[in-house]
Each structure stands twice: as C-alpha cells, then as structure tokens.
Design a protein around this ligand. Structure first.
Ligand code: FES
Length: 512
C-alpha cells in the first residue's frame, strides 16, 4: 500500500471548475437579506430567497463552497447514523417524524434542482446504510431501523451489503443520493447571480449591529445594510444566545483512492465502530471509482498525532478494500449539537431580523439544503412545519442533552484553564530551538505565550497563542500545519490568519 500522495487536496475542490471571480464590494451595500457564509446552508438560503424575488447579498470570507462543504464526504441522506432512536426518546414520535420528513424533503428538493437547472454533478441515487461489523451492535441497529421506519423512512434491517467485507447487521434506507457537492453549489451560485443576487468572496464579516436595518461590517470597513441577516458560517461567528454551550466541534479525516468498478460499493456506509468510519464511492471513468473513506474524528487542537491518524485510516481502508494507492487526503470539520438536532432559526430569543443555521453534526448536505428551505420561509414570514423542531431558542432539556452539555462544558473548561496550567508546566522545556522543521509548539517568550511554527526551510513563524474568539489556547496540528482551538474549533494558518471560525480576527503576530 502506498501512502497518501497529494497532501490535503479535497477531490471536490480539485475536480470542480474554479468558479467565476466574485470580488469584495467596492462600497457600502443595501439589500433585503445578507447571508454570511457561502457553504451549502448559505448558498441554499441565498438562492431560495433570490428565486422568490428577494434582493440578496452572499458574503464569504474565502471562496464559495471551498470551506467545510468543499471538504465533505458528500452523502445526501436522511439516515443519520443512529439519530432516530435517540429522537423518538427525546423529541417523541412527532419530532422524529418531522426530522425524517424535513431531511427527505431536502434530498427530493436537491434532485429537482439538479433536473431544473441541468446541473452536471455526478448525481447518483443509492441506498444509505448504518452498519456494524461486531455482533454486539446488532441490537441498536434493529432499534434504529424500527425508529427510522416509525419516523417515516423506508428503513429495513439487513445483513447483506455490497461492501467487500462482512457486516453483522445494518440499517438500510433506499432512495438516498450522492453527488459532487462543489459542482452542485457552483451551479447554484451561477444561478443566484443570474437572478440578480450579489456574491462577494474574500469578504470577512467582523461586526453585526441588529436593528432596522441590521448593519454588517466587513474587515475592509464596508457596511452592508440588510432587513434580515442569516449567519451561515458553520460555527456561528455571532453568538448572542450562548449557542457555543450547545455545539462541539469535531475534526475528521478523509482519504481517497481509485478502485476498480467491480470492487467498488455503490451504497453509502457509516459505522460508529473504530472511531467512526464512513465509506462511499464516486465515478472516475475508465472502469474506476474513487473510494472515499472518512473517520478518526477528534476535537480540533486535541487530535495528538494527526499524521498517525491518517495512517490508521489508510490501513483500515486497505485491509478491507485490498491494495490501494491513495491519491487524495483532506480533513473536514463538523459541529455536533448537544441534542443531535441542528439549530436553524432566530439567533436569540429577542432576535427579529437575524437567523442562524448551525449544528449539522456531519450531515451538512441534507441539513444545509433543509436550512435553506426553512430560513427562506422564516424570512418571508411563512409558516414552516419544521421551524419548532430546529428552533435554536428551544429550551434545553436534561433528557435531550444534559449529558452532552455537561461533557462539552467540562471539555471547554479543561481547555480554558487546564491547557494554561499545562503550558506553564511545559514552558520550562519548550524553546524555539527545539522545534523541528514542520512542527510547532507553544513557547514562553518575554513572559508571553507564543505559538511558534518552524517551516520546512527553517523559518520561524510566531503568533499569539490566545485564540481571538474567547481566549482559549491554540495547539498545533502538524499534519495540516494549522493552529487549532479546542474550545470551539477556530483554526489559523502558521501566520495567524483565520482559516476557520468562529474567530474572525487573526492571531497577533509576535516578533521573537
Ligand atoms: Fe472559541 Fe477559540 S474558538 S475560544
């Protein structure tokens, strides 16, 4: 087996056209709705609103569909691992039913959009499976099949799959889909612009003043006035309802290798075993498909040796699919909500003109499309049957999320306080000289904690170690050469530039 050969290249980004340039606004703007963040939720929302005649501006800090959505596994399914058994206990049969209906609607809606716009995005209808190799897990799979069926999905318990290795059991739901997410979204963005929507890349929003109108401020000082604002930045960059107490960031690795068509499964698979493994394939031509395997999740900034995790994932794939030559590897990030239900709707209890979409828990494609439909209704003042289920203002319940809430809060507290104590302890040994090329460490310099990276040429890059979101200490991810914050998942490059929010400001440069 060869190791991954193309470091951190997402197949979706590499194989989609670059997209038309969309420069930042050259002056202040006034629109009906400003959508912040051009991943699937933001693009879907902006496009749905533009189709209904709203004047929309879509503002993206980087490039459209190039962040989390450009790094996803790209499964479009309503079968979300084992969510239905949990939902029927925590939200009742009606809640589970609304969840299934809304997610299924998103898949059907996307299929209709592909037809309507004639989008060439490798759309394939297929079945989704949640499976286990160990016989000890079949009970929970049977429960999940039962709960998913009760919620309205055509779910069945099976023990046969088209995986090339045996499984003990699986939940199967037919009629789901897989596609090329970036090709799909670039087509939506092109249509959004045709409809008169404004799209601005490299436009980082750093301020929000709520009112009538709301006013957004960009890092270039431009003001965007909007009757309504939608915050669709994955982890919300504005958080006035303490949503961060209900969201845990999770980083996950992806590796991909071509396989012969005859060896390639057509279904989409996930198991919670072995620290989660997700499998799908995508068409490559010439009798081959691309095997895409995801897994090895960890809290950003607390993943230990991420290179070793990539090796574990490639070894797992090779053991099950035979000799593989990996051509791509990348990583993605998810936000898990404490009750396993996304947060889509008003940003906080008094919010009248600002909405949020977050907490998709690894199922961002169906949930992002669902969020676009739901937010479009909310902005237009129309009734939507799913609004209560996904309402971010829902009261926290001990039954629904007590355990996850306590765990998440104690993890954050541990990073906020514990990491500082640990770094104080470590600082007696850590020094710039000891940092090997390609590595990074927190070093005390002149009484200040510095995040120091030595690049492969030996040059030293030093920035503040204090995350600009809420002040936790960042840690180095050697595999991706990024500084990551374990509290809410912000990520920064070696020179401190924001790679991923919720932070919107860079780490301060330090002169050492
Ligand atoms: Fe919140 Fe760093 S992401 S403190």
């Amino acid at each position: 087996m060869d190791g991954p050969t193309r470091a951190h290249a997402s197949y979706w980004i590499e194989t989609a056209p670059p997209g038309d340039p969309a420069p930042p606004p050259d002056g202040d703007l006034t629109v009906d709705v400003a959508v912040v963040g051009a991943g699937i939720a933001g693009i879907a929302t902006a496009w749905e609103l533009a189709r209904r005649g709203h004047e929309v501006a879509l503002l993206e800090a980087d490039r459209v569909a190039a962040g989390v959505t450009g790094h996803t596994t790209a499964k479009l399914t309503a079968l979300h691992t084992l969510v239905y058994d949990r939902l029927r206990r925590t939200r009742g049969k009606e809640g589970a039913h609304l969840y299934a209906t809304s997610q299924t609607d998103a898949i059907r809606h996307a299929a209709g959009v592909v037809d309507e716009l004639g989008i060439d995005c490798d759309w394939e209808e297929t079945a989704a499976y949640t499976y286990a190799e160990g016989a000890g897990r079949t009970g929970e799979l049977r429960e999940e099949a039962d709960a998913a069926r009760e919620a309205g999905l055509a779910a069945e318990y099976v023990s046969d799959t088209d995986l090339p290795y045996p499984v003990a059991g699986a939940v199967r739901v037919a009629g789901q889909a897989q596609f090329h997410p970036r090709k799909y979204l670039l087509a939506l963005v092109a249509d959004l612009r045709r409809l008169g929507g404004r799209v601005h890349e490299h436009t980082r929003v750093v301020g929000l003043s709520e009112g009538e109108p709301c006013v957004l401020t960009t890092d270039a000082g431009v003001k965007v006035r909007a009757g309504t604002v939608v915050v669709a930045t994955h982890y919300p960059i504005f958080d006035r309802a303490l949503l961060f107490t209900r969201l845990s960031p999770r980083r996950e690795l992806v590796v991909a290798a071509p396989v012969e068509e005859s060896r390639a499964p057509r279904g989409m698979y996930i198991t919670t075993e072995q620290n989660t493994r997700s499998v799908r394939t995508a068409p490559l031509g010439d009798g081959k498909r691309l095997l895409i395997v995801t897994g090895e999740h960890f809290t950003p900034g607390a993943g230990g040796d991420v290179e070793a995790r990539f090796d574990t994932l490639t070894t797992w794939a090779s053991q099950r699919f035979g000799d593989l030559t990996f051509t791509h590897r990348w990583a993605t990030q998810d936000n898990d909500s404490t009750d396993s239900v996304p947060l889509v709707g008003p940003l906080h209890p008094r919010s009248r003109h600002v909405h949020v979409a977050t907490g998709f828990g690894g199922w961002g494609l169906s949930s992002g499309i669902m969020a676009g439909r739901l937010l479009c209704d909310l902005v237009a003042g129309r009734e939507n049957p799913w609004s209560e289920l996904y309402d971010p203002r829902r009261v926290m319940s001990v039954v629904r999320e007590g355990k996850e809430f306590v765990k998440h809060q104690s993890d954050v507290a541990r990073h906020f306080v514990g990491d500082r104590l640990q770094h104080l302890k470590d600082s007696s040994t850590a020094s710039v000289e000891h940092i090997a090329p390609g590595d990074g460490a927190i070093v005390h310099v002149n009484g200040k904690r510095c995040a120091v990276h030595r690049d492969q040429d030996g040059n030293v890059h030093a920035v503040s170690a204090k995350c600009t979101h809420l002040g936790c200490l960042v840690a180095f991810n050697r595999a991706e050469r990024t500084w990551e914050c374990p509290c809410h998942g912000s990520r920064f490059d070696a020179d401190g530039r924001v790679v991923q929010g919720p932070a919107v400001h860079p780490l301060e440069r330090r002169d050492i």
